[in-house]
Design a protein around this ligand. Structure first.
Ligand code: TYM
Length: 334
């Protein structure tokens, strides 16, 4: 059986990268797999969070999943901390994870920066919790954006380490699923920097809740070069800002990069940007509107999370119990 697990941190505003790199692909995959989509609130604690904002963001991310088309009847949607198996398994896995593997994680190096000595243990150990999220459900596939590939590969290595240590094929080795034309959405202000929640420049990213005027303004202000759009992918790839915008257009319009380029080759950016703005307003406008409507029905959101946590526990707890038995931990039932 093929099972998907993926998640998003409830921090800051969800942006176009989260939508195109993750949620849009989940929606496309949801009927071909058994799907578990998590709001990873424990991961959010790796940096300081205001408690009220964390609660609000957890509900907002839930609303975003549903507004974008994830079906809560079919898929399991829940917040990570409601299923304690994640943290329990993370400890067991951390005892199998060599420090050398964690030292290679580029995201830790980026996030900790020069303040490495001051970075929290949680930020460092975070990929082990992510491995527990995935393999704790024996998930086989993990649809994510390009930036999470290294973490999913680590989850694979940790699953393999468990299987070897206990000499059995217990955990399947999860595969990253990275696809679409926008697996790494870049900042609208700098084609060499990833679009991210932590970028403080207002014009660097499109948020999932931006209204039509804001989207149009940000697209108009997006950095470009003075040349018209090229007619080959090879030429496009040499121009990071143009490449990024064409990738975004293609993903939003359900086209390949080649098809998108064929529409605009030789045209100037003002024409292209009008079309990009129109498709972004159409897609994000609908999702943002639906998110706002859902956010008013807080009880409904909470009910989905509670029901999701029950369904998730029904899968994760028996797996954790087996892990405890395999590793020799006594349980009350013994
Ligand atoms: P997070 O919350 O940073 O991002 C959520 C998802 O959005 C994707 N993404 C992007 N895709 C394309 N372009 C971008 N600029 C961009 N920015 C973000 C991410 O790749 C991700 O798919 N560690 C994870 C959360 C997590 C998780 C998991 C994911 C925790 N446990 C288990 C999968 C499975 C994270 O911080 O993602």
């Amino acid at each position: 059986m093929n099972r998907i697990f993926s998640g998003i941190q409830p921090t800051g505003n969800l942006h176009l990268g989260n939508y195109l790199g993750a949620i849009r692909n989940w929606v496309a995959l949801q009927h071909d797999y058994e799907c578990i989509f998590c709001i990873v609130d424990l991961h959010a604690l790796t940096v300081p969070q205001d408690p009220a904002e964390l609660r609000a963001a957890t509900r907002e991310v839930t609303a975003a999943y549903i507004a974008a088309g994830v079906d809560p009847e079919h898929c399991i949607i829940f917040n990570q901390s409601m299923v304690t198996a994640h943290s329990e398994l993370a400890w067991i896995l951390s005892c199998l994870t060599p420090l050398g593997w964690l030292n290679r994680m580029t995201q830790f190096k980026e996030k900790a920066g020069k303040q490495r000595e001051m970075a929290g243990l949680g930020l460092y150990a975070y990929p082990v919790l992510m491995a527990a999220d995935i393999i704790g459900y024996k998930a086989t596939h993990v649809p994510v954006g390009e930036d999470q590939k290294q973490h999913v590969e680590l989850a694979r290595d940790i699953a393999g380490a468990f299987n070897r240590r206990y000499e059995r094929d217990f955990f399947p080795l999860p595969e990253p699923q990275i696809f679409g034309e926008a697996t790494r959405v870049m900042s609208l202000r700098d084609g060499t920097k990833k679009m991210s929640k932590s970028d403080t420049s207002d014009y660097s990213r499109l948020n999932m809740t931006d209204d039509a005027d804001t989207i149009a303004l940000k697209v108009r202000r997006a950095k470009t070069d003075p040349e018209p759009l090229p007619d080959t992918i090879a030429a496009l790839e040499k121009r990071p800002e143009a490449d990024n915008l064409v990738g975004i257009y293609a993903a939003l319009a359900d086209l390949t990069r080649e098809q998108a380029l064929a529409r605009f080759a030789g045209k100037n950016f003002s024409t292209f940007k009008e079309e990009l703005s129109a498709v972004a307003v159409e897609v994000l406008g609908k999702i943002g509107g639906e998110m706002r409507r859902l956010m008013v029905e807080m009880d409904h959101i909470d009910a989905i999370l509670h029901q999701g946590a029950e369904r998730a526990s029904a899968i994760a707890i028996p797996i954790l119990r087996e892990v405890q038995d395999i590793t020799g931990l006594l349980r009350p039932e013994h």
